[in-house]
Design a protein around this ligand. Structure first.
Ligand code: NDP
Ligand code: HSE
Length: 437
């Protein structure tokens, strides 16, 4: 059988890794796919870079449109990123009857519904294993391996850059900025690194997983998002002292009233496996009613780990392209006409325990005032730290851990505490996730 022909859009970090691994492991990949898979066209704005990778038989262009409309191309691999040009290119490719493989979580989280519908209409596949957690085969696990289960929740460290920064801050006490710089140099960060550190990239990924886990449309606009930029070295140290690690988590959970969808830093008990996931590594815990908690671990970013997922999709598409579209694995795991309208809950309706750090004046009655406010909002304290100060009148940190409380009540209590004259500045709140199933 003739090899399947791939048009590669973008030969940067992931595109470069994909080309290299596909070439290096060609013989084994062919034996697995049952047919050769060759890149026959590459588009990149940087023609010199593209030529430095491409074999002489490969057509190189700086016009990606030429590839998505080319009659010889069977599969488009979109690795340019972004939500505008990439969207046009993918929709054009689909309209031309081509299958698509992409690592573009921003695009799918925002426009997945439109793209998946277009693909369904044309009977082509859109595969996106690389879009979530880099090299970890989490999409396939959720979509195919856990289909017996009613998924209860998913919690994941799903941004390699943010995890790399938090690890370096904790282990080496390094400041934020130079570590982010290093993550960018290593090719982990998004084109706009604000996506990594503000939690947006993790929110794209948890939105996609939530849709697959619960059979709902992708609804990025409903996600609650908080990044790691406000975390300080002292919060990381206090958390450590209390037996926790701070991680940026993507969480989606089915509760009675709907579905939680959120990204924020969280204290996780240090004894949990996931609390010990460091550097660019990612980990996702999926709790199913039948299987219990399962953990998926691996490199969350970088050229070859991400290429591993891109190529797995290429093999899948190659194997499946002759199958009747009705009998292929559904894109979001559930049959498209059987998606549910279970609402995604506003953050105020979510219940979590919290770590609170307050700066107060060390004088009689302060603690009583604060605990009074917490009691008024039905918030119960589970642990507390106050270090000795130089003397009365000094400013001191008080750290409190609360039991689980409705977010709405915690917000109101924080606002009230911040208005007390004995409290200076903002209260730092980091949610706690026990992740104990
Ligand atoms: P890079 O910036 O390294 O590569 C993108 C390449 O595409 C660059 O060479 C860029 O050229 C080129 N390009 C951009 N726009 C166009 C265009 N219109 N026409 C032709 N070429 C274009 O990005 P990554 O490889 O890091 O990321 C690619 C995708 O993979 C993104 O969606 C990202 O979110 C996703 N991803 C990345 C991971 C990673 O570890 N890096 C992991 C998982 C997913 P130029 O540089 O000149 O703009
Ligand atoms: N910027 C992303 C990260 C790339 O750091 O996790 C992988 O999706």
């Amino acid at each position: 059988m003739n090899p399947i022909k791939v048009g590669l859009l973008g030969i940067g970090t992931v595109g470069g890794g994909t080309y290299t691994v596909l070439k290096r492991n060609q013989e084994e990949i062919t034996r697995r796919a049952g047919r050769g898979i060759i890149v026959s066209m590459i588009a990149d704005r940087d023609l010199e870079r593209a030529r430095s990778f491409a074999d002489s038989s490969v057509i190189v262009t700086d016009n990606a449109q030429d590839i998505v409309t080319h009659p010889d191309i069977d599969i488009i691999v979109e690795l340019i990123g972004g939500t505008t040009i990439a969207k046009d290119l993918i929709l054009t490719a689909i309209a031309q009857g081509k299958h698509v493989v992409t690592a573009n979580k921003a695009l799918l989280a925002n426009h997945g519904t439109e793209i998946f519908a277009a693909a369904r209409d044309k009977g082509v596949m859109v595969a996106f294993e690389a879009a979530v957690a880099g090299g970890i085969p989490i999409i396939k696990s959720l979509r195919e391996s856990l289909t017996a289960n009613r998924i209860e929740w998913i919690a994941g460290i799903i941004n390699g850059t943010a995890n790399f920064i938090l690890s370096e801050m904790r282990e080496k006490s390094l400041p934020f900025a130079p570590v982010l710089d290093q993550a960018q140099k290593l090719g982990y960060a998004e084109a706009d690194p604000a996506y990594d550190i503000e939690g947006i990239d993790a929110a794209h990924k948890i939105t996609i997983m939530s849709a697959i886990a619960f059979g709902i449309p992708v609804q990025f606009d409903k996600a609650y998002i908080e990044g790691i930029t406000k975390l300080t070295q002292e919060d990381i140290s206090y958390a450590e002292e209390l037996g926790y690690r701070i991680k940026l988590l993507g969480i989606t959970r089915r509760v009675e009233t709907g579905i939680e969808l959120r990204v924020h830093p969280a204290l996780i008990p240090a004894r949990r496996l996931i609390a010990n996931v460091e550097g660019v590594m990612n980990a996702v815990v999926v709790k199913g009613d039948a299987v219990g908690a399962t953990l998926y671990y691996g490199a969350g970013a970088g050229a070859e780990p991400t290429a591993s997922s891109v190529i797995a999709d290429l093999v899948d598409v190659t194997r499946m392209q002759t199958a009747d579209p009705m009998h292929r694995v559904p894109t979001l795991s559930f049959q498209p006409d059987l998606l549910s309208d279970t609402p995604v809950l506003p953050m105020e309706a979510v219940e979590t325990a919290c770590y609170l750090r307050l700066q107060v004046i060390d004088k009689p009655g302060v603690l009583a005032e604060i605990t009074r406010v917490l009691a008024d909002f039905n918030i119960s304290i589970s642990a507390m730290i106050q270090k000795e100060t130089g003397g009365e009148g000094d400013t001191v940190n008080i750290i409190m851990l609360t039991h689980k409380t409705l977010e709405k009540n915690t917000n109101a209590a924080i606002a009230k505490i911040e208005s007390l004259p004995v409290v200076s500045g903002k209260v730092t709140r980091i949610r706690i996730e026990e992740l104990n199933g």
